[in-house]
Ligand binder design. Structure first.
Ligand SMILES: C[S@@+](CC[C@H](N)C(=O)[O-])C[C@H]1O[C@@H](n2cnc3c(N)ncnc32)[C@H](O)[C@@H]1O
Length: 233
């Protein structure tokens, strides 16, 4: 069940990011706790420079790691997180799954908005460590669920949320099928996206639109329109 909180997989301890958190002095290879202006009241540990952070993480791990997507607040995630705060009735008292959670931004917003149980899922164990760190920084309870859930239908969650998940063809194809299965069994499904190339426009309908700016990635710092979407009925 999604209410089960699982441990970060062996090899990546929950405290793995502690030494990367700034202790008052800004540095390009660390994480700083920052407000997310578009998602009022939520703070995240974000990269000063994701490339430099990745290099330091890899040096510490002794090998290649996936890009630290969890160290950015993605535009689509900001949009769906803001939507949940603006419409708390969508999640209040419900079991919520944030799939491909990254930093945990959307999961944290759902918890702040009054969800009964929030589970954040990601395949990257470092994301799970970041979610724990960020949930703690915001004083909310978020369970982490490792592994790939995309062949399922959302594990019984009443609300399934996803921020910025249509960034590659293979991810988009699997994610759409997953979200459609969740919606077909009755879950409320909401996705945030800034109009990425693999967004399946024809299978989703727009629920809300926002003007959002990316944090933590200078090349995406400009204001962009982001949509909150749901599977077409
Ligand atoms: C672009 S980031 C978005 C993160 C977050 N939702 C946000 O909006 O800020 C995509 C995330 O998807 C995760 N991911 C990729 N494939 C996945 C899968 N099959 N299941 C779960 N998470 C996955 C990555 O590790 C990454 O954290």
């Amino acid at each position: 069940m999604i209410s089960q909180t699982e441990r970060v997989p062996a090899g990546v301890e929950g405290a793995v990011l502690d030494s990367f958190v700034e202790s008052g002095v800004a540095g390009p290879d660390g994480l700083r706790l920052a407000e997310v202006p578009f998602v009022p009241g939520v703070r995240l540990h974000l990269a000063e420079d994701a490339i430099v952070l990745r290099a330091r993480l890899e040096a510490k791990a002794g090998g290649a790691l996936p890009s630290p997507f969890w160290a950015d607040a993605w535009i689509g995630g900001q949009a769906v997180a803001r939507y949940v705060l603006d419409h708390p009735e969508v999640v209040a008292g419900r079991r919520v799954l944030d799939v491909a959670s990254g930093s945990g931004l959307v999961a944290i917003a759902a918890a702040v908005a009054g969800a009964a149980v929030v589970t954040a899922n990601d395949v990257d164990p470092y994301a799970l460590a970041a979610i724990r760190l960020n949930a703690g920084a915001n004083g909310v309870a978020v369970g982490v669920r490792p592994g790939d859930l995309l062949d399922g239908d959302g594990d019984g969650a009443e609300v399934v949320l996803a921020g910025d998940v249509f960034y590659s063809r293979s991810m988009a194809e699997r994610m759409l099928r997953f979200l459609e299965r969740a919606a077909a069994r009755g879950a409320r499904v909401l996705v945030g996206d800034p109009g990425r190339a693999y967004l399946p426009h024809d299978r989703l309908e727009v629920v809300a639109s926002y003007q959002v700016s990316m944090m933590g990635a200078p090349e995406d710092a400009e204001i962009r329109q982001a949509h909150v979407l749901q599977p077409s009925r």
